[in-house]
Design a protein around this ligand. Structure first.
Ligand code: ZN
Length: 122
């Protein structure tokens, strides 16, 4: 049985003036990802590479769609699979929670104004 042993390096044009560089390697079951953006310097998972797995838009400079699909396959059965899937799951829930919270605040704000206007004591 042959072990996966691969490395890809590509750049991403983010919001800054110069592109960031992402390096992803899969050696055996070990998937390792490094980005040279400020978040990556603190070893934080950043959007520059998480987008590979979420499908969110990203301005990749030198990587093909085929290579992206290949990298997505590297996640399967790697030592990052469960942790990354959990992170993406909770980030999705966090986003939904923020949207629901904003919606509830808007709904409540409308009612608070209604009460203020309709109550002559206030
Ligand atoms: Zn980054």
């Amino acid at each position: 049985m042959s072990e996966i042993n691969k490395v890809k390096v590509f750049r991403v044009q983010g919001t800054g003036p110069t592109p960031v560089t992402v390096k992803i390697s899969r050696i055996g079951k070990a998937l390792r990802i490094k980005c040279d953006c400020p978040a990556g310097a603190y070893m934080d998972p950043c959007e520059h590479w998480k987008s590979l797995f979420t499908g969110e838009d990203q301005n990749y400079l030198d990587i093909t769609d085929d290579e992206i699909r290949e990298i997505q396959d590297w996640l399967d059965d790697s030592d990052l699979d469960e942790a990354l899937q959990n992170l993406l799951y909770f980030e999705g829930h966090e986003k939904n929670m923020h949207e629901n919270l904003a919606r509830q605040k808007r709904a409540l704000r409308g009612r608070v104004i209604d009460i203020l206007i309709s109550d002559p004591q206030l």
